[in-house]
Write a protein that binds this ligand. Structure first.
Ligand code: URA
Length: 252
């Protein structure tokens, strides 16, 4: 777990980087600021019913708002929104970057090539897709020049406009552990990049242990589930099992 000093240094580095790249401010949704600064008992407060039927209804309501959302330009070009799928109270919530081509067409997260790698990881861990939750930092496909041809990472502004949906989803899903996949997920949730240095080291999000690891598309470029990077991800997942107080399945 990084010290407060390391976190402050990282934030300062990130802001300097943004400034050097021409940004003169960081867009923070007031709701996120309130969520981050509220005391834990306030965070769990009034708007968060505990009954799972209520939380499932809240998740559907969030997905409905995502579906209507036009808060950034991605809302103008997408085919389908991709709010995320899975169960309530899972051991693990995986968080990726945002939909690609296949996800945009189907409205489901991680159904393209990198999704196949994520599926294999989930299976190897002894879970099925509906026993975890899979979400993303942004809910609409980001493409170069908004042409819907070549995928790109979402911009800081696009992430800033969308992140409150994920914040809300996490508070309804209530995973035991969060696994962030790649740099965009790390940046979207924690505000800093550097996945190579950060992977395999615990962070914490709203009191939930969070493990940063590589994005499946990075694994695809490095030998898929036979490559060295996959085994590095697997090492990170062993730490997740440890945190959950569980053993990985025998066959893995
Ligand atoms: N990559 C992501 O980060 N998320 C998806 O849903 C699909 C591909």
């Amino acid at each position: 777990m990084p010290s407060k000093r390391e976190i402050i240094d990282d934030v300062a580095k990130y802001l300097r980087h943004m400034q050097n790249n021409g940004s003169d401010g960081v867009a923070i949704d007031p709701a996120i600021f309130d969520a981050q600064t509220a005391k834990p008992e306030q965070r769990r407060g009034k708007s968060e019913p505990t009954a799972s039927a209520d939380r499932a209804a809240n998740l559907r309501e969030i997905a409905g708002r995502i579906d209507q959302c036009r808060d950034c330009p991605l809302g103008e070009t997408r085919n389908k929104t991709v709010p995320g799928t899975g169960c309530l109270d899972p051991d693990i919530m995986f968080i990726g970057e945002g939909p690609g081509r296949d996800e945009d067409l189907q409205g489901l997260p991680f159904v393209g090539r990198s999704g196949k790698i994520l599926d294999r990881l989930i299976k190897r861990m002894g879970y099925s897709r509906d026993q975890v939750f899979i979400g993303n930092i942004v809910k609409c496909r980001a493409t170069e020049d908004y042409q819907m041809k070549k995928d790109r990472a979402p911009s800081t502004e696009e992430m800033g406009a969308c992140i409150h949906y994920l914040v809300e989803q996490i508070s309804q899903v209530r995973p035991k552990v969060i696994v962030t996949l790649g740099n965009t997920a790390l940046e979207g949730l924690f505000g800093f990049r550097g996945i190579t240095k950060r992977r395999g080291k615990w962070l914490e999000y709203e009191g939930i242990p969070a493990m940063p690891t590589y994005h499946p598309s990075f694994l695809l470029r490095g030998g898929g589930d036979q490559g060295k990077r996959f085994w590095e991800v697997w090492e990170d997942m062993l730490m997740v099992f440890d945190q959950l107080g569980k053993q990985p399945p025998e066959s893995s």
